[in-house]
Design a binder for this molecule. Structure first.
Ligand code: AVI
Length: 350
C-alpha cells in the first residue's frame, strides 16, 4: 500500500499517477499509438476513490456493483441457468404459480415500478396477470439494456404505457408522469437483490422505496431463504466454474478500467457460508504475497488474504419481516416453493 503523503484524497497526484499508469513511463517521449484508456471523467474518479478506499479497508472489500460490467452481466445471466443456482428457477416458478394472487394484492390500475429491471424477464409473469396496469416503469443504470428490454416489452404489451427510467435505483427514483393517474404505486424487486445489501443499507433502500411508493403503496420482493449450508455453498461454487469466472472478471475489469495489473492466476474464487451473518460471502483469495497497482497506487496482498466482493444475505420470514418493518413496510402475504427455498413477499406501506 502506498505511504506517499496525501495519497488518499490528493486528486492531482492521483491523476498524474493514473496518467502514467495508463500510458506507461516515458510516454511523453514515446507515446503509444492507441492508449488503453481515455482520460477519466468525473464518474471514473468516483469509481477510483471508491475502489481504492475498499482496497485500503480491512478486510479489503469492493462493492458488488462492480461485478456487473458487460461481461459480468453476461456471466450472471449464465449463473441464473446453472443447475446449482436454484434461486432464479425457484422464484420464477413461485411467480408463475401465484401471479393471480400477487396481482390481486397489487390491485387495479397500479403503476408497477421495477428497480434494477435488467431484462424484465420475470416481470412478464406479473404483467400477464395485471390486465389494467396504469403504467410500467422499469429502472436500470444500463441505458442500452434498459431501452432494449423496454422496447421488447412495449412490443409484447402494446396497450401498456412503458416508461423506462435510466437511473441508479439505490439513489431514489423520481416517478415519471403517466397518461392515466395510477391508483397506487407497487414496487417489484425480485431476484434476491435485496440480499446483496448489508442490513442498514437494505433498510435504507426499503425506506426509499417506501417514500417512492407513498402511503398505500405495495412492494413485491423476492428473498432467498436460509437452508442447508451445503445447498447454499454449491449455488455459489458451481462445478462449471461460471461463478468463479464472474468473480474473477472483477479483476479483469479493474485492469481494463482502472489501469490495474492484477495477474490472471494470482487469485482464486471462494464462496463461504457465514452463519453468524446469515450470508454467503464471495471472496477472491490471494494465492501468494503480491503487490498490485490500481490507478497508479500500490496495493499489497498477503498470501491467503481475502478480498470480499459480495455478500448474499439469506433470510427467515421473521428476519425479513423485522427488516421490512424497520423500514416502514407491513408484511401482508408470502408465497414459497415446496422445498421452502425461496420466498416472494407482498408488503404494504401504511
Ligand atoms: C444478483 N444477486 C441476487 C445474486 C445473488 O445470488 O446474490 C448475485 C450472485 N453472485 C453470485 N452468484 C449470483
Amino acid at each position: 500500500m502506498s505511504k506517499s503523503p496525501g495519497a488518499i484524497f490528493d486528486g492531482a497526484q492521483r491523476r498524474a499517477r493514473w496518467a502514467e499508469a495508463q500510458d506507461g513511463p516515458g510516454n511523453r517521449r514515446n507515446p503509444r499509438p492507441a492508449p488503453r484508456l481515455s482520460r477519466p471523467d468525473a464518474a471514473d474518479w468516483l469509481l477510483v476513490e471508491e475502489v481504492l478506499a475498499g482496497l485500503r479497508s480491512r478486510p479489503k472489500r469492493l462493492s458488488p456493483a462492480h461485478l456487473y460490467d458487460r461481461r459480468g452481466s453476461q456471466l450472471f445471466e449464465a449463473i441464473c441457468d446453472l443447475p446449482e443456482y436454484y434461486l432464479t428457477r425457484t422464484e420464477t416458478a413461485i411467480l408463475a404459480r401465484h401471479a393471480a394472487q400477487i396481482a390481486a394484492c397489487i390491485g387495479p390500475q397500479a403503476l408497477l415500478l421495477e428497480p434494477g429491471s435488467g431484462s424484465s424477464r420475470k416481470t412478464r409473469l406479473l404483467l400477464d396477470a395485471l390486465a389494467d396496469l396504469a403504467a410500467y416503469v422499469p429502472v436500470d443504470i444500463s441505458r442500452g439494456h434498459l431501452l432494449e428490454a423496454a422496447g421488447a416489452l412495449q412490443a409484447a404489451y402494446p396497450h401498456l404505457e412503458v416508461l423506462p427510467v435510466c437511473a441508479d435505483f439505490t439513489q431514489g427514483i423520481a416517478l415519471p408522469p403517466t397518461r392515466r393517474p395510477p391508483a397506487r404505486v407497487a414496487v417489484f424487486f425480485p431476484g434476491s437483490t435485496l440480499g446483496n445489501f448489508d442490513s442498514s443499507q437494505a433498510v435504507g433502500l426499503l425506506e426509499r422505496m417506501g417514500r417512492t411508493a407513498g402511503a398505500g403503496g405495495g412492494l413485491v420482493v423476492g428473498i432467498d431463504l436460509v437452508k442447508d449450508p451445503a445447498v447454499l455453498e454449491r449455488a455459489y461454487n458451481d462445478a462449471a466454474g461460471i461463478t468463479a469466472a464472474f468473480n474473477m472478471n472483477l479483476l479483469a475489469r479493474l485492469n481494463r478500467e482502472l489501469a490495474a495489473d492484477f495477474a490472471a492466476g494470482g487469485f482464486r474464487h471462494e464462496a463461504v457460508w457465514v452463519p453468524a451473518q446469515s450470508r454467503i460471502e464471495m471472496h477472491l483469495v490471494s494465492l501468494c504475497a503480491q503487490v498490485v497497482h490500481v490507478a497508479g497506487e500500490r496495493v499489497e496482498f498477503q498470501a491467503g488474504e481475502r478480498l470480499v466482493t459480495e455478500h448474499c444475505h439469506k433470510y427467515t420470514d421473521q428476519s425479513f419481516a423485522a427488516q421490512a418493518r424497520a423500514a416502514g413496510w407491513t408484511p401482508r402475504q408470502s408465497w414459497t416453493d415446496p422445498r421452502g427455498y425461496f420466498s416472494v413477499q407482498y408488503l404494504e406501506k401504511v
